[in-house]
Design a protein around this ligand. Sequence first.
Ligand SMILES: [Zn+2]
Length: 201
Amino acid sequence: MTLNDPASQDIPVAAAYGAAAGVRRPRRLLRWVLLGFGGAILLGGSCIGGFYLLMKRGQAEVEPVADVFLATLSRKDYKGAYKLFTTEARNAISEEDCEWFEATFDKVLGPLKARNLTGFRVSKDTAGATAVIVYDATFANGPGTITITLQKIGGAWVVHGYRADSPLIIKLLTCARCKKKSNGLFRFCPSCGNEVSVTVP
Ligand SMILES: [Zn+2]
């Protein structure tokens, strides 16, 4: 359930929304939205040199798209951020739920103060190209990891999933009402249906 990068391996899957790399079927898509990333990232390319060039070119294309998305989130423009997702991702999660996740992350983590790119990969399959970009993040309230997946649609990279991992979010995984622990951040407790409420410290 983790990406192959050391930064995210130490932190259990905490929360994710949008959609995830390489998953096309709606039912599985939904499960990923609820539980976080899973599955293998398959890397294409048989020539190391060619692959490296592909990666560098992809990174130069993807980084500005991720920058715009994160800047939109930093302005708390949740409606604007929702519009930046692929149609497939927007079909998998409602605007209201997407905004709830974003607002919850903001309340718990505080503003993003700094980020440092720690991972990037692209993959291609018959359905198209997918990119995953990972940042070590410093939020006002503590450290975390940001993972953004993107799909290439009509020649342009589009945000397909966003995930924030942080020990701060893990605290939300135990339901305040029934005390059951879930393995992902849900708006409503899977056991008792209680809506997660976040108290600002
Ligand atoms: Zn509960």
